[in-house]
Structures are given as structure tokens and as C-alpha cells.
Write a protein that binds this ligand. Structure first.
Ligand SMILES: Nc1ncnc2c1ncn2[C@@H]1O[C@H](COP(=O)(O)OP(=O)(O)OP(=O)(O)O)[C@@H](O)[C@H]1O
Length: 819
């Protein structure tokens, strides 16, 4: 037997990836979500049509786009695919080159159709064989060709010979010259394409197939047809032999147990199919990374399939991957998954070389083969004795690589599922926030319209307000719709989560290494829980951050109004409010949750628990409606009292979080506090404190207390009778706004976010100006009405100039001079 040794020259080449989309089947019907552009690009549309709005506005589309060497749409025939992407490679096989063609895709995506085909549309196996025999027939040289063929299947990790009637289990061997070989596999000499097709049909009839929910004739095994073409020069004194090998692989389809609706043996088959496909996917991943990052380890040994395909994936082979996809909406996830792997496979490099040898070297070759076989025997003996030792000492502890790899992928899917859920929750959170603002604005507008109509019915202002109202209504409707869609996605996500958990549970109950898997499962579940907690914490951090900003701004506001520490202390004393001097109190360490008021440590301002009440005048001009209209606000975040930037102060007035238990107590006129709602009191000066707040997230090990369990404390401004008068306030709403306070105006400040108040009385608020309660000096009420801080509202965007009144009688403060 001649031995074929490759010459040294090798050519690096990358894996060719072609994507083939099959047509929709009658059973599927519905929408086609795959588009093929320019024979190279594949676009997967978002399966959810109703998401188009989202696509535009928030760029959260699930549309995906990939580019490949070749892309074929549903109209393409197997012949079309073959001629463009395969034929030239097949020609190399009779020149001593190796080639591997494999179809990869989910169950029912058309792998078998592509590889085997039908009578009308013969598949790549048939077309390749025809080409080989045509090329041999038309070869002008006098070389002698010999074609042999073998056909095997890997079913449940066992290799069977499809050309044997009742094949036993076959074993894989690693030959130093020829690479991986299947010991005992029949290799049949064939003289024509027809003969091979006959064998192919025979083999296919022996393949294990099942009728599943997704595919009536679903292949449950991976099939590998290998054609070897040996070419020997006929010339008298030439002893050169070339041997090319073509491997055509029809993989079983990856599937989800829930989709195939399988149980028992079918379910076990599915698990094994998935396992070997995952092993293949892992190899593709590792090989892809290897090209990019130079990583070395590729886990070929995790399955029989990957061992068989080893040469095709990284060795001496020109390899083509045909990724088959379905255009059905229901297959979106499978399609995207297949394309992801196909995309990674593009990175894989192989090294091709002609397999040329000479026949007169056979004696030394035999010797080399004997040596290597002896090596293998001793290696195997050693492995066997190692295994026996392991079994004796730890019979149940070791999980096999296969199980780990399977579990790894499962865990990867689980983590994707969690991330998707987190994104959905974030989106829902944002929408909810937006709609709270929208609803509040709507109510404001209704009040303003009612007031304005009393003055001039159907005037220009009323019309403008109505137009704005319509816009807000549309926004609310759109957001509600969006929110419903997200909720549906959350449901789907939850369903998937349950499936994944069921798979893990099943693995635990079926598997021998129960303890190990259980620990692994727990570990991963904890990981998921951890991610979810992180999300929750991030949300709370956002709230805390807002509150801190508000504190800072309130300090700015109060101090810029000309009040000094003494005045504020005096006022606080009068009102029976205890405000801790910041210089005297324990340090506020935001990183130290023990300082939080909920844990009872530290010294905090005692505030009235009466709800904050602001007073409003009755006849507020329209241009002040944003500030003066009574506003009801459900679920709003608390108002904030801000700390200042510019001036030193010893006091902190703190914000609160309204809770379910919050009760309006109009009789109480001072700060009241059931339990303190304060974050704590800083040791440093407020200026430093405000300007150098630690980052919210970093230090906090858990923020839940501050986010949820702060009890409300309220500020009652009714008694404070601020008499600072301002001349005018000009508001410039989004993106930033600017207001000037005149000495003749009264100013109410509720939950607004005034980000900076300078000594000159300029307000700059961004991004969203919050509510102003404003009264023109002409409308100073003799007795100020009540205004509930909880009922304050965010007013997102108006460029109207507002007049704002501010009263601070009881503070006995000098009215600040505002520009
Ligand atoms: N290009 C095509 N044109 C027409 N029908 C197709 C095409 N590709 C696939 N089909 C049909 O789609 C169905 C599934 O195809 P096929 O059995 O080839 O899928 P598969 O990926 O091999 O599935 P499995 O992995 O379960 O074996 C079959 O009914 C097949 O006839």
C-alpha cells in the first residue's frame, strides 16, 4: 500500500462560509424574516412587526445583519449553490487536496435537503460526486484514478458504518500519517457516480431519522460521506501518487426539546445531538479566537463528531460551511444563533497541501506505521490504567468534558437570557418613568386649560394648550403600547428561563455526577441572582443619585437666597426642627451603609412627618400655570432639599421617599418625622460634600435600604412664610433652562431639580426642569394655600417665561437681589 506524505509547502486559507435560506414551508406560512442582499449579506428582520416604532425611536431592534462569502435566498437551487461556492473546491480533490463540506443549522433548516437533495434538486453530495467522475472522465493525463467511498453516522456518540447492514460500534484511531481514522470502516471501490449514489441511498435509508414537531424526517445522527480519490501516474518510471479526500457532512439539527416536543429516546437523542453540536460550536469558537488572539486549546476531543471533523476544521483541508437557515418568524433565535456561529467560522484558518507520495517508500512507511501503532498501543494502555485508577478512587466525582461543555453552553444561554431580561426591565422602567411625567403634564394641562377657558374661551392659548395635550396623549398611548410589547417579551424570556432550568434539572437527575452538577447549577443560579441584584442596585443608585443632586441644589437655593446658617438655625428652632450641625455630626459615609438612617446609627435631622405643604394663590396667570396648578402625582420620586455649592452651611435638609404609609397631616406645621429619612450627615462641609459625592455604585454593597425603606419626612413650608420677592423668573426649558427671580415675585420650590442657583439668582436646570410653584407678586395670597410636595410634578419642556414667587417671611431673611 502506498503511503502518501504531504510535501512541506502549505497554503493557509480561511474557511469559506455560505448561508442558504430555505423557502417557508406550507406548515409555517406567515412572514418571511430573512433577506439576502448582493448574494453576500443576510439580514434577519425583527420578528416583531409592532417594534418598528421602537426601531426608530430607541434603536432597540432585533434586526441582525451579517456578511458571508456567499449567501443564497429561498429561490436558490442546490445546483446554484454548488456551482458558485463548491465546484472549484471539488476540482482540487482529484489533484490531491482535501476538502470538507458540512451543513450546519437548526433542525428543519434544510441541511439534509442541501447535502442529499431530491431527484429534482440533487444535493451537494450528489453534485460533488458527479463532478469528481466527470473530471476523472475528462482528464487528459494518463494517470490512473481510484475512487473509494465510505459512509458513516455518529448516533448518540457511537459510530456506525452506513454501508454495512448491521454495523457494530466503530472506534476512532489517530494515525500519524492520515490523521483521524475509523477503525473497521468499510471503504468501497467505486467506478461511477451512479454506484456511489446507490450506496448513498442505501446508507441514507439506514440513517436514524425521526418525525419531530419541527421536521417530519429529522436526522438524528451526523452523517459523513468520505470520497477518496487516489491518482497514480502511469508513466513507467514515475512512482508519484496523489490522494485527495472529500468529506461531505450532514449534521443532525440542533433543537430545543420544547420545540421538537420530544420525550424519552427522542429527548435523549436531542440531548446528544445538542451536545456534539455544542462541542462543534466550541471548537469553532476556539478556532475563531485562535485566529484573533492566538489561543491554543481547541477541544476537539469533546465529541466524536469534532474528532472526525478535526482535519476539516483546522488541518489540511479546504473547508466550506453551509449554514442553513429558515426564514420563519418562529425560527428567529435559531437563525440568529446559526449565523453567529457561521460568522465566527469565517475566522477559522486551515492549511491545505497536496497529498503527494511515492510508492517506493513503502517499506520505511510500513516501519513508521508499525512504530506509531506501537506508540499508540502503549499510550492507550497507559490511559486505560489511569482510568481504572480513577474509577477505583473516585467513581462518581468526575464529570466528563462533554458534560461540562454541554453545561457551559447551557449556562451561556442562561446568562443571555438573564441579560435580555435585565434589558427589558430597564426599558420598562424607562417607559414607566416617561409615562409618569407624561401623565402629570397631562393633568397640569387640563387644569391650565380649565383656567384659561374661564378667561377666554377657545382663544389662541387654549388651542395651543390643547395641541400640546394631544401630543402628550399620543406619547402616553405609544408608550403604553411599547410597554405591552416589552411585557410580552418578558413573558417569552421567562418561559425560556423555565426551559433552561428544566434542562439543568433534567441533567442533574439523569446524570451520574449529580453532586457536581448540582453544585454547578447552584453556582450558576447564584450568578443569575447576582446579576439581577446588580440591576436593582443600579436602579436604586440612580434614585439616590437624583436625590443627592436635589439636596445639593436645595442647599444652593436656600443659601443663594441670602440665608445664612444662623437664620436657618433660628427658623428651625422656631419650628421645633432639629437640624444637626454638619460639623458636629458623625461622618456620612455613603460607602458605609451602617450610617444610613435606617440602621439607626448616626445623628440625623428630625423632620416633621407631615406631608410637605406649599401654598398657592388662586388667581395665577396662565403663563405660570406650570408652577401654580395643583398637581397630582402618583409614584413620583420624592421632592428634594438641596445642598448648596457656594456657601458654607451647617445644616442638611434631607429628602424623603414617599411611602404607602405617607399620610397628609395638614395640622402639623413643622418638619415631622416618623423615622428619619435621611441619608446621613456629612462630616465635611456641604460644599465639599456636594461636590465630591462618592460615586453611587462603587462602594455600596447593598442599596436596598436607601432605595426602598426610607420613611418619609416632610417639609412644611406653610409656616415659613417666605417673603423673598423676586422680579421675574424666566424659564428656558429643555435642554437647560434659566430663570431669574425678581424681588416682587413669590417663589415656590417643590420637587424641582434646580441644579445650580447662583448668588445672582439664576436657575439652571437640566436635563428636566421640574415643577415650579410660582406666584406673581400681584397674586400673593393673604393666606397661602396648601400644596403637597407629593403632588408636585415634572414639567418637561416649555419655553414660556414664568414668573415665580418666593415667600420667606418667617425666615426673616433679606430678600436677595436678583438680576
Ligand atoms: N431549498 C429547499 N427547497 C424546498 N424545500 C426545502 C428546502 N430546504 C429544505 N426544505 C424542506 O424543509 C424541510 C426540512 O428540511 P431538512 O430535512 O433538510 O432539514 P434538516 O436541517 O436536515 O433537519 P434535521 O436537522 O431535523 O434533519 C423538508 O421538508 C425539506 O423538504
Amino acid at each position: 500500500m502506498p503511503s502518501i506524505r504531504a510535501p512541506a509547502a502549505r497554503k493557509a486559507t480561511t474557511l469559506t462560509v455560505a448561508v442558504k435560506c430555505r423557502p417557508l414551508t406550507d406548515r409555517e406560512g406567515g412572514r418571511d424574516i430573512v433577506r439576502v442582499n448582493n448574494d453576500k449579506e443576510v439580514v434577519i428582520l425583527d420578528p416583531d412587526l409592532s417594534k418598528e416604532y421602537l426601531d426608530r425611536i430607541q434603536n432597540r431592534s432585533k434586526e441582525r445583519r451579517y456578511a458571508f462569502d456567499y449567501a443564497f435566498g429561498p429561490q436558490s437551487t442546490n445546483l446554484g449553490v454548488y456551482e458558485r461556492s463548491i465546484q472549484s473546491t471539488i476540482a482540487g480533490v482529484i489533484q490531491g487536496l482535501n476538502a470538507t463540506i458540512f451543513a450546519y443549522g437548526s433542525t428543519g433548516s434544510g441541511k439534509t435537503y442541501t447535502m442529499v437533495g431530491t431527484e429534482d434538486d440533487p444535493g451537494l453530495m450528489v453534485l460533488s460526486l458527479n463532478t469528481i467522475f466527470d473530471l476523472i472522465k475528462n482528464d487528459k493525463s494518463s494517470d490512473v484514478f481510484q475512487v473509494t467511498c465510505s459512509y458513516l453516522e455518529v448516533y448518540n456518540e457511537v459510530i456506525y458504518d452506513l454501508l454495512e447492514k448491521s454495523s457494530g460500534h466503530l472506534e476512532l484511531r489517530e494515525d500519524p500519517e492520515q490523521g483521524i481514522m475509523v477503525a473497521g470502516l468499510r471503504c468501497i471501490k467505486v467506478n461511477s457516480a451512479d454506484k456511489i449514489l446507490e450506496l448513498l441511498n442505501l446508507g441514507n435509508s439506514r440513517r436514524k431519522t425521526e418525525n419531530t414537531e419541527v421536521n417530519e424526517t429529522s436526522s438524528r445522527s451526523h452523517a459523513v460521506l468520505e470520497i477518496t480519490v487516489t491518482r497514480k501516474q502511469r508513466a513507467k518510471y514515475s512512482n508519484q501518487v496523489m490522494r485527495g479526500k472529500l468529506a461531505l457532512v450532514d449534521l443532525a439539527g440542533s433543537e430545543r426539546a420544547s420545540e421538537t416536543n420530544s420525550g424519552g429516546q427522542k429527548l435523549r437523542d436531542g440531548a446528544n445531538i445538542n451536545r456534539s453540536l455544542l462541542a462543534l460550536a466550541n471548537c469553532i469558537n476556539a478556532l475563531g479566537k485562535q485566529q484573533k488572539k492566538g489561543l491554543a486549546y481547541v477541544p476537539y476531543r469533546n465529541s466524536k463528531l469534532t474528532r472526525i471533523l478535526k482535519d476539516g476544521l483546522s488541518g489540511n483541508s479546504q473547508t466550506i460551511m453551509i449554514a442553513t437557515i429558515s426564514p420563519a418568524v418562529t425560527q428567529y433565535h435559531h437563525t440568529v444563533n446559526t449565523l453567529k456561529y457561521a460568522d465566527r467560522a469565517k475566522e477559522i484558518k486551515t492549511h491545505i497541501q497536496k497529498n503527494i507520495g511515492t510508492i517506493n517508500t513503502h517499506v520505511s512507511d510500513y516501519q513508521r506505521m508499525i512504530d506509531s501503532l506501537q506508540n499508540e498501543v502503549s499510550q492507550l494502555r497507559k490511559e486505560l490504567s489511569d482510568k481504572e485508577t480513577q474509577l477505583i478512587s473516585k467513581p462518581t466525582e468526575k464529570a466528563s468534558d462533554d458534560e461540562l461543555s454541554w453545561l457551559d453552553t447551557l449556562s451561556h444561554e442562561t446568562s443571555e437570557n438573564v441579560h435580555e431580561r435585565i434589558n427589558l426591565q430597564k426599558a420598562l422602567f424607562e417607559i414607566e418613568e416617561m409615562n409618569i411625567s407624561n401623565r402629570n403634564e397631562l393633568q397640569n394641562l387640563d387644569d391650565a386649560i380649565a383656567k384659561q377657558q374661564a378667561i377666554e374661551k377657545d382663544g389662541a392659548v387654549v388651542r395651543a394648550l390643547r395641541a400640546r395635550r394631544q401630543v402628550i396623549l399620543d406619547n402616553i398611548r405609544d408608550n403604553d403600547e411599547l410597554s405591552n410589547n416589552y411585557l410580552k417579551e418578558v413573558e417569552a424570556n421567562e418561559k425560556r428561563r423555565c426551559e433552561l432550568q428544566a434542562m439543568i434539572d433534567e441533567a442533574i437527575s439523569n446524570n451520574g455526577n449529580k453532586t457536581y452538577l448540582r453544585v454547578l447549577s447552584q453556582y450558576r443560579l447564584l450568578g443569575i441572582a447576582n446579576t439581577e441584584l446588580q440591576f436593582e442596585i443600579a436602579m436604586r443608585d440612580q434614585i439616590i443619585h437624583n436625590q443627592r443632586e436635589a439636596q445639593k441644589n436645595m442647599w444652593n437655593l436656600l443659601l443663594s437666597l441670602g440665608l445664612d446658617e444662623k437664620q436657618i438655625t433660628g427658623l428651625a428652632l422656631k419650628q421645633g426642627i432639629t437640624i444637626e450641625d454638619w460639623t458636629m455630626t458623625g461622618q456620612l459615609q455613603l460607602s458605609d451603609r451602617r450610617q444610613s438612617p435606617n440602621t439607626g446609627s448616626g445623628t440625623y435631622t428630625t423632620l416633621s412627618s407631615s406631608p410637605p405643604t406649599f401654598q398657592l394663590g388662586a388667581n395665577v396667570p396662565l403663563d405660570q400655570y406650570f408652577c401654580s396648578t395643583p398637581i397630582s402625582l402618583r409614584n413620583r420620586r420624592p421632592p428634594h432639599i438641596h445642598c448648596r455649592d457656594e456657601d458654607h452651611s451647617s445644616y442638611y435638609l434631607h429628602d424623603y421617599s414617599p411611602s404607602e404609609n405617607t399620610a397628609l397631616n395638614e395640622d402639623e406645621s413643622c418638619f415631622r418625622d416618623g423615622t428619619s429619612s435621611l441619608h446621613g450627615v456629612p462630616e465635611r462641609h456641604p460644599l465639599e460634600f456636594c461636590s465630591s459625592y462618592p460615586p453611587t455604585r462603587s462602594q455600596l454593597s447593598s442599596c436596598s435600604e436607601s432605595g426602598t425603606s426610607m420613611t418619609p419626612s416632610y417639609v412644611d413650608f406653610r409656616q415659613q412664610q417666605l417673603d423673598v420677592r423676586s422680579s421675574s423668573i424666566r424659564q428656558q426649558m429643555q435642554p437647560s433652562y434659566h430663570a431669574e427671580i425678581s424681588s416682587t415675585d413669590y417663589f415656590h420650590h417643590g420637587s424641582m431639580m434646580v441644579h445650580r442657583v447662583s448668588r445672582q439668582g439664576r436657575f439652571h436646570s437640566s436635563p428636566l426642569p421640574q415643577n415650579f410653584a410660582a406666584l406673581n407678586s400681584n397674586h400673593v395670597p393673604p393666606k397661602l394655600g396648601q400644596f403637597n410636595l407629593q403632588d408636585m410634578q415634572v414639567l418637561p419642556s416649555y419655553d414660556t417665561i414664568k414668573k415665580v414667587s418666593l415667600s420667606s417671611n418667617s425666615l426673616e431673611a433679606q430678600p436677595p437681589t436678583f438680576v
